[in-house]
Write a protein that binds this ligand. Structure first.
Ligand code: F3S
Length: 412
C-alpha cells in the first residue's frame, strides 16, 4: 500500500505510540483487502458505548489506547450505552453496571468522543456530506450513511473505527470505491407499503436474499419518509450483512435503475418479486410467539426520531399501559428533549410508557431481563426481535403497534 509522508510518519511512531499502533492495524486491514492507499475521513461513529458489547477485552483495549495518549483527530460520536444514564436505578440496573458504564464513557470523552450514545447519530446532527469518506460502526447507521446520505463507509468493527478516529484515515477498499457501490440484484416491490414496520418487513426479506450484495429496490414511492428508510435499512442489515442499498427515484445514487447498477443489466436470476405473499410470509417468520403474553414492549429501534415519537403519541393518546406490561420507547436524550419541549413526551408518559434513553436491550447486561422477570417481548422492529430472541433468550413478537396495541394497553 502506498502511504503519504504523513501516514508513513504515523506508522514510524512520530505521532506517538497510540497512533502508531492504530496505523499498523489499518495497514494490516488494508493489506487483507488489497487496498492501494489510505483515504482521509471526515468522521467516525464508534461502537464503544457499552462495556457489555465491548466485553472485558474490548474495554481494556480502549482504556489502553487512552493510556497511551490516544486522542481523536476528527469528530467521533459514540454508539449506545449499556444503561440509561438517567433512569438506571429505577430500571433496576446495579451500581456495578453504572460504574462500568461511567468508566468507559469517561475514557471515550477524554479521547475526544461525543457520548451521545445513540445508534442514529444522523438524527442529532452527525451528517456526512455526499461522497465523504467516513468510518462508521453500527449496521443500521452504516446503511443510512451509505444509502440515504451518500457517505462512504464499510461496516467497521470497533478496533478499526477506533484506529480511524486516531489517524483520520481508512484503507481505500469496499464501499469507499465507486465500483463496489453499484447494485447487483433487484427487488421489485408490488405491495403498497405503509409505515415503518411494513418497510422493515421488506428490508428483512431483501436482506436475506442480498446477504452481502448491494440490492436495488424498485416500486417504492418517492414519498417514503426518512424514518421508513431508516427502518428498511436496519432490517436489511439484520437478515443480511448488507452495507449499502438503492431505492430507485429516492436514494441519491439511484436516480434511475441504470445509474444504480452502473449500467450493468441485472439478470432475471438476480431479480426477485416482493408481493403480498412474500410480505405475509416474511412478517410471520420474524415472530416466534404471539403478542398475548408480552410483558415487555420495546418500540424505537433504531432510536426513534421526533416524527416517530409524534406517531407513537398519536397512537397511545387516551390509553393506559396495562398493569403487567412495561412499554419502552428507545431514543436519544437529545430527541427526547425535543419531544419534551413540544409536549409529546408528556402525552406518552401519561399513558405509563417509559422513555429509555441512550441505550438498547441489545447492549444491556445479558442477565438483566431474566433478573427483572420479563418473559415475552413484543416490538415493531425486526432487528430488535432478532436480538431479543437470540441474545436475550426471550421469545419475541414482531408487528406494527396497531396490531397489538389493544393487547398491551386499554382505553381510558
Ligand atoms: Fe439501535 Fe439497539 Fe436497534 S443499537 S438499531 S436500538 S438493536
Amino acid at each position: 500500500m502506498k502511504l503519504t509522508i504523513q501516514e508513513q510518519e504515523m506508522l514510524d511512531g512520530k505521532y506517538g505510540d497510540a497512533v502508531q499502533k492504530a496505523m499498523e492495524l489499518l495497514v494490516a486491514v488494508g493489506d487483507c483487502y488489497d487496498a492501494q492507499k489510505m483515504v482521509p475521513i471526515t468522521s467516525v461513529h464508534l461502537n464503544a458505548g457499552s462495556p457489555v458489547t465491548a466485553g472485558k477485552g474490548g474495554t481494556k483495549f480502549i482504556m489502553d489506547v487512552a493510556e497511551r495518549g490516544g486522542k481523536f483527530v476528527i469528530p467521533v460520536t459514540i454508539n449506545v450505552a449499556s444503561i440509561d444514564p438517567w433512569a438506571w436505578k429505577e430500571m433496576g440496573f446495579s451500581e456495578e453496571n453504572y460504574r462500568e458504564q461511567e468508566a468507559l464513557s469517561g475514557v471515550t470523552t477524554k479521547m475526544g468522543g461525543f457520548n451521545c450514545h445513540t445508534c442514529t447519530p444522523y438524527q442529532i446532527g452527525h451528517i456526512p456530506r455526499m461522497r465523504a469518506h467516513i468510518a462508521w460502526c453500527e449496521s443500521s447507521a452504516v446503511l443510512y450513511a451509505n444509502a440515504i446520505l451518500g457517505g462512504r463507509t464499510n461496516r467497521e468493527g470497533g478496533p478499526s473505527a477506533l484506529a480511524a478516529g486516531l489517524t483520520g484515515r481508512v484503507p481505500a477498499y469496499g464501499y469507499h470505491l465507486d465500483e463496489n457501490r453499484y447494485g447487483k440484484l433487484k427487488i421489485v416491490v408490488h405491495v403498497d407499503l405503509k409505515g415503518d414496520t411494513d418497510y422493515a418487513t421488506l428490508g428483512y426479506f431483501a436482506g436475506k436474499i442480498a446477504q452481502d450484495r448491494v440490492p436495488i429496490l424498485t416500486g417504492i414511492p418517492p414519498s417514503i419518509s426518512d424514518h421508513e428508510l431508516k427502518c428498511l435499512g436496519a432490517a436489511l442489515a439484520t437478515s443480511g450483512s448488507v452495507a449499502h442499498y438503492h431505492v430507485v427515484g429516492v436514494t441519491p445514487e439511484a436516480p434511475t435503475e441504470e445509474v444504480a447498477s452502473g449500467f450493468k443489466k441485472i439478470s432475471s436470476s438476480d431479480t426477485f418479486e416482493f408481493g403480498f405473499t412474500e410480505f405475509k410470509e416474511t412478517e410471520e417468520s420474524i415472530s416466534n410467539v404471539g403478542p398475548e403474553e408480552a410483558d415487555l414492549v420495546v418500540l424505537g429501534c433504531p432510536h426513534a426520531s421526533i416524527e416517530q415519537i409524534k406517531n407513537y403519541a398519536e397512537a397511545l393518546s387516551g390509553r393506559r399501559v396495562k398493569n403487567k406490561v412495561e412499554l419502552w420507547i428507545l431514543t436519544s436524550n437529545i430527541i427526547k428533549k425535543y419531544g419534551e419541549d413540544i409536549g409529546l413526551t408528556n402525552i406518552i408518559e401519561s399513558t405509563g410508557t417509559k422513555f429509555v434513553c441512550n441505550t438498547c436491550p441489545n447492549t444491556m447486561p445479558r442477565d438483566f431481563f431474566k433478573k427483572r422477570g420479563y418473559r415475552v417481548a413484543a416490538t415493531d422492529s425486526p432487528k430488535l426481535a432478532y436480538y431479543i430472541s437470540t441474545m436475550k433468550d426471550m421469545p419475541c413478537y414482531y408487528g406494527s403497534l396497531d396490531k397489538f396495541i389493544d393487547i398491551v394497553t386499554s382505553k381510558r
